[in-house]
Design a protein around this ligand. Structure first.
Ligand code: GLC
Length: 784
């Protein structure tokens, strides 16, 4: 069944049936104040940090589903009938319902009982507030008297205490009403205020959830809405609620607009001034136009025109939009990651940067610096950190006395830095001084990167492969059980790849000696991988703490793992004669109609020696599920091998818009990638979960733009090296880089050459930046 469709021009996904299999959500805000919002307005808000500055509560995984949220109840004061503008929580039958998820905003339209409501939610710029912009129109022939009631359920800022220390949090929190504004804070006023207000004079208000709902009722039938007025209660202890009641009269055909603001402020007086400015429809409209302009600018850095409409839709709008969301929130806060336990992931953010660096290089640089500040002077890094406090943690590592570092985290940031420099040419960044987390002494960015390499070089096992640490990219392969001898073949591949990146960078900046040193490391590492980890038809995954192999044809379960195969090609490790065979085996054992699974056959029982991976049943998540993050690596490997057809087929088979028709199997949003899909060994094969916050976003973007379309920046020029399916004769791209606009037309012609503003340069696939002599450059790229 279909629940909605794309409006490509407006860059919206429009849901027409609210009974989606899971809440289909969107994000508000740009990384500071913001929140998540579902198609029925369920969801919650936070200010910069969902754990330490939570504004709205959400009841995760509860019954009824997807509550609470940002609600407006509408009450016909004559008939006493009432409903809610976002369908939930009252769920009244409607004549008409549509939810528009757009970039940074969600709008919900509904018609019930001849009253049409249309509510748009968004965050204006980087202000610490959100706007609920409501329009109500009377489509009946009679005058209508309506009572409007907002409902926002306030959280204690510390979202963990809000759930765990009810005896304290509920006793200390208090509501006030001043100048038409509800304020919510704790008795000792130690934290900022949450505020909520309306553009109309409030007829009555309530600040206590209990008083609003009434005994043994719920959000679908609150006593206050049923009776039509609030008690103007400034709660002195309670679960907090922002209930503003406006009574309006609408003549036949008349429409009224009302603006509600919800946000945080350190000071009541500041908020009063600021609030006043935002309570005018003109200002709200201007802010909404600015939001659209922001996203146009963000997206404009790279726009493609290929023969594939769904690919265009993803690459021009939804994929970069998701990349910005993962850049903002890493794996911290979604419907699945609750914004309380994880914090920002070090390796995750380092990869997220790869998906946005062309659009927001300055913000990418800021995040890189935050990451480097989480690096220890030995070179390894914290696994997680909290954005508001900068506090870091080693995640699950170190529990039960296990090793307290991951083998890969610190290596990923090398990729973020080289991507940033290739994009911007900002070599001075390498000299910027940044402290380590454990020492006040600062070191240059370049030094940080070298230190990361040295950590791995000095933590190797008996096959000269990186020690496994607590885990590598796969958080759930936990092989070190006290002997400290387990090794990760895959981390050896990541290590080889980043060594290559560093060698290229060092050669470019003419630090030959260091480049030679790393070249020795690289040669030695790939030599040892080929010596110890080639299993005959593919690469092994690891050696466990007892020296047993993982990922071999000789194993009963987990005979073949995906990542060492794709990465052996990405890192240039696989011998020429083995590559074809290796990729064929990936396809034969791991590919399915819904994507490529992470390993085969899955583990059939819990095995402590392998760790978390065997806690999942066969086919789920890391145990043989389609862990989507890894699929683009196979596409990249195929593209590196020149297999355009296969790379593209792997790309198409996981495109979310292609799942629009099978939403009842897939269940999650068809406009963004999800993290995992149940694999072929699971009875619910094809079911997706953990949408939005996944490294899939950045890597799918890379696979498509950098490798299939082949447009990737190097230090001295933009490489254009498409690897396309044979039926494609070309495509167009508009790319902005180093303050130049490049209008590129790629044409299949059986030869390799480039024309820059009419001047032909033969036999190359690189557009040298030095040759871009105009602001706007017309470029033709001919390829075989
Ligand atoms: C999750 C983690 C990511 C890890 C992946 C595989 O997505 O956020 O860091 O690489 O799982 O275990």
């Amino acid at each position: 069944m279909r629940y909605g469709f794309f409006d490509q021009d407006k860059k919206e996904y429009i849901i027409t049936n609210p009974y989606t299999p899971t809440p289909w959500i969107n994000y508000l805000g740009g990384g500071d104040y913001g929140g998540i919002i579902s198609h029925t307005a369920g969801g919650y808000s936070f200010d910069g940090d969902p754990r330490y500055k939570r504004v709205l509560r959400y009841r995760y995984n509860a019954i009824p589903e997807d509550q609470p949220g940002r609600y407006i109840y509408i009450r016909d004061n004559k008939s006493e009938n009432y409903w809610s503008a976002s369908w939930q929580p009252v769920k009244r039958d409607y004549d008409y319902y549509k939810c528009y998820h757009g970039l940074g905003y969600t709008a919900i339209e509904q018609k019930v009982d001849d009253i049409k409501t249309s509510i748009t939610y968004f965050v204006p710029g980087n202000h610490s507030m959100e706007i609920w912009w409501l329009r109500v129109k009377n489509h009946s022939a009679q005058q209508r008297d309506l009572g409007l009631f907002t409902y926002a359920e306030f959280s204690f800022f510390d979202a963990v205490k809000d759930q765990q220390n009810l005896d304290w949090t509920q006793q200390i929190q208090q509501g006030d009403f001043e100048d038409n504004i509800i304020y919510w804070n704790a008795f000792m006023k130690y934290w900022d205020y949450i505020f909520m207000t309306s553009s109309m004079p409030v007829s009555s208000f309530e600040t206590s959830r209990e008083a609003f709902i009434g005994s043994y009722r719920d959000l679908s039938n609150p006593v206050v809405v049923e009776r039509g007025y609030c008690d103007n209660n400034e709660a002195r202890r309670a679960n907090g609620a922002g209930v503003l009641n406006n009574n309006i009269t609408l003549e036949a055909g008349e429409e009224k607009e009302i603006i509600y603001l919800l946000g945080t402020t350190p000071d009541k007086d500041i908020s009063k001034k600021e609030i006043g400015n935002f309570l005018k429809v003109d200002r709200v409209k201007r802010e909404f136009v600015n939001l659209k302009k922001y996203w146009d600018k963000y997206l404009n850095k790279c726009q493609v025109e290929t023969p594939d409409d769904e690919m265009n839709l993803m690459l021009n709008t939804w994929n970069p939009y998701q990349c910005k969301t993962t850049f903002n929130w890493s794996r911290f806060v979604s419907l699945y990651q609750l914004g309380i336990n994880r914090g920002m992931g070090f390796r995750d953010s380092a990869q997220d940067i790869l998906g946005v660096v062309h659009s927001i290089p300055d913000e990418s640089k800021e995040l890189i610096i935050k990451l480097l500040k989480c690096q220890h002077s030995k070179g390894n890094a914290y696994h997680l950190f909290y954005p508001l406090t900068g506090e870091g943690s080693i995640g699950e590592a170190g529990e039960d006395g296990s090793v307290d570092w991951y083998s890969d985290d610190h290596l990923w940031v090398i990729l973020s830095v080289t991507a940033y420099i290739k994009e911007t040419g900002d070599l001075a960044f390498l000299e910027e001084l940044v402290p380590y987390v454990d020492s006040k002494k600062k070191a240059s960015v370049l030094r940080h990167l070298c230190q990361a390499l040295e950590f791995t070089e000095s933590h190797k096992g008996k096959h000269n492969l990186p020690l496994a640490g607590f885990a590598d990219w796969n958080d759930t392969i936990n092989l070190d059980h006290g002997n400290g001898t387990a090794e990760s073949v895959w981390t050896g591949m990541l290590y080889s790849y980043v060594l290559k990146e560093m060698i290229d960078l060092l050669q470019y900046i003419k630090q030959e000696e260091l480049a030679d040193k790393y070249n020795d490391y690289y040669r030695k590492q790939i030599g040892d991988i080929n010596k110890w980890a080639w299993d005959g038809s593919w690469y092994l995954r690891a050696f466990d703490d007892n020296g047993q192999v993982v990922g071999s044809s000789k194993c009963e379960s987990g005979k073949i793992f995906l990542n060492p195969q794709s990465w052996s090609i990405i890192a240039g490790i696989t011998a020429k004669e083995n590559r074809k065979k290796l990729l064929e085996n990936v396809k034969k054992y791991l590919n399915t109609e819904y994507g490529v699974v992470l390993l085969y056959p899955a583990y059939h029982e819990y095995d402590k020696s392998k760790g978390g991976i065997t806690t999942y049943p066969p086919g789920a998540k890391e145990n043989g599920g389609i862990f989507l993050h890894t699929n683009p690596w196979v596409m990249i490997a195929e593209a590196i091998e020149g297999n355009g057809e296969q790379a593209y087929q792997y790309y198409r088979q996981v495109l979310p818009p292609c799942r629009n028709e099978i939403a009842d199997i897939y269940e999650v949003e068809p406009y963004v990638y999800c993290q995992n899909i149940l694999g072929k060994e699971h009875p619910q094969f094809g079911l997706g979960r953990n949408s939005w916050l996944t490294g899939t976003a950045a890597w799918m973007y890379r696979a498509a733009v950098y490798y299939i379309l082949g447009i990737r920046p190097d230090y001295d020029g933009l490489i254009v090296d498409p690897v396309l399916p044979s039926e494609w004769n070309g495509f167009k791209v508009r790319r902005v880089i180093r303050n130049k606009i490049l209008k590129i037309e790629c044409i299949r012609k059986g030869e390799k050459s480039i024309e820059i503003n009419g001047e032909k340069i033969s036999d190359t696939n690189k557009i040298k930046y030095s040759r871009l002599n105009k602001k706007e450059n017309n470029i033709r790229v001919y390829f075989n």
